[in-house]
Design a protein around this ligand. Structure first.
Ligand code: GLN
Length: 502
């Protein structure tokens, strides 16, 4: 197998046996980036020098480890593994732009919690990936800098907002990656790019150093080639952090035990719910429906009992999310005023004018739209009617899930109503774009974990993902069922053919 195609666990095994070095692995990926990223556009920053240096350090540490340390599995878990990071995770000394002109030259002074955990675990940071500006979008077309193309078909979007991270894994330009998910931004691009994306429970991974979009919804999580890799990354990035007051002080399990659970007991005894409201969603693509029905059969064959559940407030999810998220965004983005961070317009002669021009030139259209919606929804006289009401709907959605999880262990659904659409197809139609988030938003509203796993290809050869959701802090059920599913789904192709793109 080519080095660039290795999963994290395959690379780890070879590194530990000293059959490959981290430097060789990093070089193979850099070469791959060099060949294909002009077309794919997954990266905003490639830290070639830094990555090679980190790989050399990792190789030294690998060489110093005694065989006993290997046997006891004492080696740092990601030692020498190259990782790509969504460009809203602060990285000390490495540009962090959130794909926004307003932060074009911003270099953080510190690492985000998740990044410092990765570094402690020995990971090599390859670079920063493209995204929708400030994570607002579902196609990565809202990046202030460039397009990212779907590695399976470059005329199509990779999904978003973590489109660069998902494309970097699908195109084998990184071994693992991190994204963030406020309303589907890990799961939907993972689905569109044919890779695995896991959004943890809200509070599982500290948001310290993640540039906030909507603080009550944002979560960081892995985008990887398989479920085992997602579990390995979850082991590293999870845990309590005093620097994030919403980080949960709760035991972190060994997420790979979800894999052993499947290996020991299969999926027998598990119950999966299908929300009846999800299947009546308008605009469900027939290929997506077919792949979902096939996935249901695979789970049934594995002994999973499938039942119907109800999430009665599904029809209000999109409206409530698109009040809550922009409201929180309008407050979070107030700090980008040209005074403290990044870009400042210098053509003005008074303070108010400076704010106005800085924000109008620094923020793209979608971000400005969200700030305007959010500011309106939070303004005096409207707060109760919009933000207050949306928050009440959110509580009802949480109750819906609480009730559903009394009857089942996981809930399954498509990730997105259609496979990846064409670049430009919906860019002038924000409402259609928002409506495509129907299956992913509710997990964020309820704070529960969700995973996207490749489950088929459309008639046009574009990947389709299966979503599984579980109760709060029950990522293990997702990993167990996801791994079992992955072992049994028949995918005609695992990687896209990039031959004509280089
Ligand atoms: N598409 C959703 C939005 O634009 C979700 C984005 C996300 O999860 N960051 O808000």
């Amino acid at each position: 197998m080519d080095l660039h195609e290795l999963t994290i666990h395959q690379a780890e095994a070879l590194l530990k046996k000293r059959e490959i070095s981290s430097k060789e692995l990093v070089k193979a990926l850099l070469e791959r980036i060099d060949t294909f990223d002009d077309t794919i556009g997954a990266y905003l920053t490639i830290d070639e020098k830094g990555a090679l240096k980190q790989a050399e350090d990792a190789d030294k540490r690998l060489a110093d480890l005694t065989p006993d340390a290997y046997a006891a599995d004492d080696a740092p878990p990601l030692l020498g593994i190259p990782i790509a990071l969504k460009d809203l995770l602060c990285t000390k000394g490495l540009k962090t732009t959130c794909a926004s002109k307003i932060l074009e030259n911003f270099v953080p002074q510190y690492d985000s919690f998740a990044v410092s955990k990765l570094k402690k675990a020995g990971a090599v940071i390859l670079g920063k990936t493209n995204m929708d500006e400030f994570a607002m979008g579902s196609s990565t077309e809202n990046s202030g800098f460039k397009l990212t193309r779907n590695p399976w078909n470059p005329d199509h979007i990779p999904g978003g907002s973590s489109g660069g991270s998902a494309a970097s894994i699908a195109a084998c330009m990184a071994t693992g990656s991190l994204g963030s998910d406020t309303g589907g931004s890990i799961r939907q691009p993972a689905s569109h790019c044919g890779v695995v994306g896991l959004k943890p429970t809200y509070g599982r991974v500290s948001r310290f150093g993640l540039v906030s979009y909507a603080s009550s919804l944002d979560q960081i999580g892995p985008i990887t080639r398989d479920v085992k890799d997602a579990a390995l990354m979850m082991n590293v990035i999870s845990g309590h952090d005093e620097m994030d007051s919403t980080s949960a002080d709760i035991d972190v399990p060994d997420f790979t035990s979800g894999l052993s659970m499947f290996e020991k007991n299969g999926l027998k005894g598990m119950k999966a719910g299908i929300p009846k409201e999800f299947l009546s969603v308008k605009g469900l693509d027939p290929d997506v429906e077919k792949a979902f029905m096939n996935s249901k059969k695979i789970l049934e064959n594995l002994g999973v009992e499938i039942i119907e559940v109800s999430l009665p407030h599904t029809e209000y999810t999109i409206a409530a999310y698109y009040v809550i998220a922009p409201s929180e965004a309008s407050s979070n983005l107030a700090r980008f005023d040209g005074v403290k961070y990044g870009f400042r317009d210098k053509t003005c002669d008074n303070l108010i004018d400076m704010y106005k021009k800085t924000k109008s030139k620094g923020f793209g259209n979608e971000v400005q739209r969200r700030i305007i919606i959010g500011t309106y929804a939070l303004s005096a006289g409207y707060y109760d009617a919009y933000y207050g009401r949306a928050s009440k709907v959110r509580s009802l959605i949480m109750d819906d899930f609480k009730n559903a999880f009394k009857q089942c262990d996981i809930i399954i659904s498509p990730v997105a109503p259609t496979p990846a659409f064409k670049i430009g197809e919906h860019i002038d139609d924000p409402l259609t774009m928002y409506l495509s988030d129907i299956f992913t938003l509710s997990a964020n509203m309820a704070g529960i974990p969700g995973i996207s796993i490749p489950c088929g290809l459309s008639s046009k050869g574009l990947p389709i993902g299966l979503q599984m959701m579980a109760d709060r802090f029950d990522e293990l059920s997702l990993i167990r069922a996801g791994y079992g599913f992955e072992q049994n789904v028949n995918l005609s192709m695992r990687f896209p053919d990039l031959k004509n793109l280089g």
